[in-house]
Design a binder for this molecule. Sequence first.
Ligand code: 5GP
Ligand code: ZN
Length: 117
Amino acid sequence: MAHHDENCIFCKIIAGQIPCAKVYENEHVLAFLDISQVTKGHTLVIPKTHRQDVFALTPDVAPHLFAAVPHIANAIQRAYQPVGLNILNNNGEAAGQTVFHFHMHLIPRYGEEDGFG
Ligand code: 5GP
Ligand code: ZN
């Protein structure tokens, strides 16, 4: 059974206890819009089993994350027509991590006018 941390906000999203705007889902991975959109379509990709950060990712979980990324990127591409996309991942407070359930940010880019970076 997938590991669930009852104090983790992303585990609550996986459990359906907190709503999210779903972008993609399979057995292992969930992707949903970030509540605070850096650019239009800013999406988070998470494993359905709780892992705090990249240091805690295990080989039973890690491959599913990147395997899902092209599907999610293409869903974003279809929905928002960005001209580029950044993939970012913060690990540890010192690196800017604020939610301690591993996640990748997929940030669509729209050219200079998107005001990001
Ligand atoms: P971090 O700074 O840990 O890399 O990113 C955490 C991200 O989670 C932030 O961009 C923040 O806006 C997002 N976030 C935090 N709480 C929620 C939530 O309840 N729902 C959604 N959709 N995003 C959240
Ligand atoms: Zn969690």
